[in-house]
Each structure stands twice: as structure tokens, then as C-alpha cells.
Design a protein around this ligand. Structure first.
Ligand SMILES: [Zn+2]
Length: 110
């Protein structure tokens, strides 16, 4: 097999770096905060509002959820914040209560 010496390998790497002014601008643009539509599909109950992201499951049961930024509106628009809310025990309790209430309502209307 061909032998590649480290010296040869490193000499092939371009050492010049462009000023990062432009690339930083692009980076900031991509990171523009806002609600992503797929989030409401991936996270059942998540909605956007003028106050920020809200979780309608928890909003319906504030006594179970307790104080939460996803009831008053969460403006971080960060996926890790959403993930941690949607895996929190209080959110899961609210979701259960919400689905139980929906089942009750459906039963009543029949
Ligand atoms: Zn929730």
C-alpha cells in the first residue's frame, strides 16, 4: 500500500485563511432565531405565539405544569430548550391530562 508520510500530508493542507468577517455574517444569518414549522409536528402541543413558544398541553393545566416559560411564552427558540421541556415529567403529566380530557370530550359528543 502507498505510504503517506505526515510531512507530505501536512504540506498539502492550505495554511492561508480568509478573513472571517464574511463567514461570520453568514453564520449569524443562519442562526436567526424563530419558530420552525416542523417543531409543531415533532412536538405535540408546541405552538408559536406573539409572546414566544407556548405548549398548549401545559397551558391547559397550569396547576399541574407550575410556572413554566412554555406557558407564558418562551422566546429562546432553541431546540434543546424544547426538548428538555417535552421530556420533563410535568409536561408529560399535562399531556396525559390533556389527552384524557380529549377522550372524555369525544365520548361525550358521541
Ligand atoms: Zn408542555
Amino acid at each position: 500500500m502507498a505510504q503517506v508520510t505526515l510531512g507530505k500530508f501536512f504540506s498539502g493542507v492550505p495554511q492561508k485563511r480568509k478573513s472571517d468577517g464574511d463567514s461570520k455574517k453568514i453564520y449569524e444569518h443562519k442562526r436567526k432565531r424563530g419558530f420552525i414549522d416542523s417543531w409543531s409536528k415533532n412536538f405535540d402541543g408546541l405552538q408559536d405565539s406573539s409572546d414566544g413558544m407556548i405548549c398548549i398541553n401545559c397551558k391547559k393545566f397550569p396547576n399541574i405544569a407550575g410556572p413554566s416559560s412554555f406557558i407564558s411564552g418562551n422566546k429562546s427558540y432553541r431546540i434543546d430548550g424544547i426538548r428538555s421541556h417535552f421530556s420533563s415529567p410535568k409536561h408529560l403529566q399535562c399531556s396525559e391530562a390533556y389527552f384524557a380530557a380529549q377522550r372524555r370530550d369525544n365520548g361525550r359528543s358521541n
